[in-house]
Design a protein. Structure first.
Length: 207
């Protein structure tokens, strides 16, 4: 090997050592940051898993209490958030209704902080219960701004329950317009419109 080559290697080695000395703190910091990210990710995963198990246990407890007829079964879900909590509240409310405890079902649905994607389902189920328990005025306020067929139908039900037949017919007509012609619920909605004194027109005709 030529002397020049050795000098080049020596010079390159010195440059590497100098660079390492100059950047030692940066390198150590990068390694520590990488370890922190890995540890943090593992901790977060374990934390989420623990939370998931706790939530599942809470929701199972609420459902078991509802099935056993325990008072205030829905109180276990009060303030709970997320899709699991919402689905559990809907299940508990259904059990309570079947047991003839509509007021408890209303409290259950009001107590949970519904997942945004499931909020319309909770709102409409709650409105049904309010109408069935002579709280149609509350149901109307709850359904204010509803534009889908199910919401409009419930508004019609609430208006009819308060004696506002003409307004109920308007909501039923709007619901039919928003509903697919082949929808299974169409016949039920047509019967409601007729019971309210309305006329069922052909889907192709203007209402």
């Amino acid at each position: 090997m030529a002397i020049d080559d050795l000098l080049d290697e020596h010079e390159q080695g010195e440059r590497v050592r100098n660079w390492l000395r100059s950047n030692a703190l940066t390198l150590v910091g990068g390694v520590l940051l990488g370890l922190a990210v890995i540890y943090g990710w593992r901790w977060w995963g374990e934390h989420r898993l623990t939370q998931s198990h706790q939530m599942h246990a809470t929701y199972e407890q609420a459902i078991r209490q509802a099935e056993a007829g325990t008072a205030d079964a829905g109180a276990v879900l009060a303030g709970q958030q997320g899709a699991y909590a919402t689905l559990a509240a809907l299940r508990v409310a259904k059990i309570q209704v079947e047991a003839g405890k509509a007021d408890e079902a209303i409290a259950t649905l009001r107590g949970v902080e519904a997942d945004p994607t499931l909020q319309p389902v909770v709102t409409q189920r709650l409105a049904q219960l309010l109408i069935a328990t002579d709280k149609a005025d509350e149901a109307l306020k709850l359904l204010d701004g509803q534009t889908d067929s199910a919401g409009l139908e419930l508004r019609g039900d609430a208006l009819l329950a308060t004696g506002q037949r003409e307004q109920a017919r308007e909501e039923y007509n709007k619901a039919l317009t928003a509903l697919d012609v082949a929808a299974p619920s169409r016949r039920r909605l047509e019967l409601k419109l007729q019971d309210a004194g309305g006329r069922v027109s052909d889907p192709a005709e203007p209402t």
